[in-house]
Design a protein around this ligand. Structure first.
Ligand code: ADE
Ligand code: ZN
Length: 348
């Protein structure tokens, strides 16, 4: 090997990982089958029917949501949740993530028998461990579960507002989008919005573009969980662009849940070409056989250049539910990393 080749190899080996960020990941959905198995053993719960070797067993959106709920019940103590958050955030921090938001659900905590305030405290403590280890900055977004109904979603919003924790930065809506109408949840979102929380909602995943428009009108969100089915309506696409709404895209999740038959059918590129504000996230990574790194790789396979992939990270930080000082600090870190990757134009 020549000296130049040796130096090139060394430079590759010491290159910082590609800077990533994600805005859309459900904390209970980060538990691997191996971890679920060990939690099940710890609590003496039978979960054989939930697993197919090293994969979760589910066949459609409904059975996925039920599998998710069962996995969530395997996390019962503060220590379980502290370790879950620390392990996921440290993993993605080591893989290059500068910033992440975790969706957290007081309803799932309660159904596992844990007080939601203790749940948030434990998750924040795990997040602090991950930050100390890898530098990753993170925030929590409290979500209401749509199929539990408007009263439950309002209670989740009241919890987020009533039990303020510095890590709780936003409020969102998860669960089965086929249930109810966006306007049913307007009061919950008004409560959270008036308290200064950032707002996001799953929309345009299992319902079509009309549901996205209704979500924007009724819930006043600045971000959409998925929002991918906006591609079906040109005037809605124009509205998303004009209102600078950020899409939390989760491409592998969409393919796994059958929205698109194959990865090549995903409209990622058309959304980009329409000038929408895009980010990518893993949603529930082991359920869909993905990771945050893999979501960025998905975009690369769809023709996203390095500068376009850096723009995904920059857009995520711009849309993050953080104070302005934190946002500027993250943007500066990103700019430095972009330059060290040799992509200075990406920091413009
Ligand atoms: N909860 C966990 N994952 C979800 C998804 N992809 N959509 C709606 N609710 C969820
Ligand atoms: Zn989701």
């Amino acid at each position: 090997m020549t000296l130049t080749e040796r130096l090139r190899t060394l430079a590759e080996a010491t290159r910082p990982p590609f800077p990533l960020a994600e805005l859309h990941c459900h904390v209970e959905g980060t538990a691997s089958p191996a971890l679920a198995r060990s939690q099940a053993r710890r609590y003496g719960v039978e979960i054989d029917d939930l697993l197919d070797g090293e994969r979760y067993r589910w066949s459609d959106f409904g059975s996925f949501l039920r599998a998710y709920d069962r996995v969530a019940t395997l996390f019962r103590s503060e220590d379980d949740y502290r370790r879950l958050a620390a392990s996921y955030l440290s993993d993605i921090g080591r893989a290059g993530a500068l910033y992440a938001e975790l969706f957290v659900s007081p309803d799932h905590a309660a159904s596992a028998g844990l007080d939601p305030t203790a749940y948030v405290r434990a998750l924040a403590s795990g997040a602090a461990e991950a930050e100390a280890e890898t530098g990753i900055v993170s925030r929590l977004v409290v979500v209401g579960i749509r199929h539990l109904g408007p009263d439950a979603v309002e209670a989740a919003a009241r919890f987020a507002v009533r039990s303020p924790h510095p890590d709780i930065a936003g409020f969102g809506l998860a669960g089965d989008e086929r249930v109810g109408r966006p306007a049913d949840f307007a009061r919950a979102f008004a409560i959270a919005g008036e308290a200064g929380l950032g707002l996001t909602a799953h929309a345009g995943e299992f319902a079509g573009p009309a549901a996205i428009a209704e979500t924007l009108d009724a819930l006043k969100v600045t971000r959409l969980g998925h929002g991918v089915r906006a591609i079906e309506d040109a005037s809605l696409m124009a509205r998303l662009q004009a209102e600078r709404i950020t899409l939390e895209l989760c491409p592998t999740s969409n393919v796994a849940l059958g929205l698109y038959a194959a990865p090549s059918d995903h409209p990622l590129k058309r959304l980009r070409d329409a000038g929408l504000r895009l980010t990518v996230s893993s949603d529930d990574p082991p359920f869909f056989g993905t990771s945050l790194t893999e979501e960025y790789a998905f975009t690369e396979r769809h023709g996203f250049t390095e500068a376009q992939r850096l723009a995904l990270t920059r857009t995520a930080i711009e849309a993050a539910f953080v104070d302005e000082a934190t946002r500027q600090r993250l943007l500066e870190r990103l700019a430095v990393l972009a330059i060290s990757l040799g992509a200075p134009g990406a920091s413009d």
